[in-house]
Design a protein around this ligand. Structure first.
Ligand SMILES: C[S@@+](CC[C@H](N)C(=O)[O-])C[C@H]1O[C@@H](n2cnc3c(N)ncnc32)[C@H](O)[C@@H]1O
Length: 195
């Protein structure tokens, strides 16, 4: 299972937003919705061996985590609006520290980055960062956990949590700063070509 964790520092934690304003009052939920598309959508199918965690740290009550599991996902379409509706449904639930199912393959809980890393014991983290070691020199595996920022870079506190993980690589996909969803596409493409 390949895991992606994307952090949305200002993304809303409640489902009251309008689907007509996904890039405005939501704190740039649209960026994370494009990450959902990149993580799962293939031409005519879905990547079943991928999971994605969206860490929402905006108002009014952060943190909230959305977990999308490729193995179970249903009703996922390529457009941002319908994916936005799935996330909105999940955020309408009253999240607590136990995962609750919203729709098939989509779960919600009140968890932060450190909480979710505790679920990954024994696995390797690949922290995607422009200034990391070149991906050309790294042997990425389909069991890695890729962590990246959404619209903004990780904070120093988040970087510290990752750097304290027993098995972490800091990897650059290239010298140019990319959008988060494009980073996911590039990483998956490298995995596709190495397997
Ligand atoms: C849109 S970028 C964040 C803002 C960007 N660093 C900037 O200053 O404009 C989102 C995230 O994608 C990842 N990222 C972007 N370009 C990358 C690259 N070339 N190599 C590795 N990760 C990258 C990083 O995790 C970054 O925080």
């Amino acid at each position: 299972m390949t895991t992606f964790v994307v952090i949305g520092h200002k993304v809303t934690t409640e489902g009251k937003f309008s689907l007509n304003d996904l890039s405005g009052s939501t704190g740039r939920l649209d960026v994370l919705l494009r990450c959902v598309n990149s993580a799962f959508m293939l031409s005519n199918s879905i990547r079943r061996d991928v999971e994605l965690y969206l860490v929402l740290l905006g108002e009014p009550r952060p943190p909230v985590m959305i977990h999308l599991k490729g193995q179970e996902l249903k009703y996922l379409n390529p457009d941002e609006r319908s994916t936005g509706a799935l996330v909105k449904n999940a955020l309408m639930k009253t999240a607590n520290d136990v995962w609750q199912k919203s729709t098939p393959g989509i779960y919600v809980a009140r968890k932060n980055l450190a909480d979710v890393l505790a679920e990954f014991t024994g696995r390797r983290i690949v922290y995607l960062k422009e200034e990391g070691s070149s991906v050309s020199d790294a042997a990425l595996t389909g069991n890695d956990i890729f962590i990246l920022g959404g619209k903004d870079d990780l904070t120093s506190e988040e970087e510290e949590i990752i750097q304290n993980w027993p098995n972490t690589l800091k990897i650059s996909l290239g010298p140019i700063s990319l959008h988060a969803d494009h980073c996911i596409t590039v990483a998956l493409n490298r995995l596709d070509n190495s397997s």
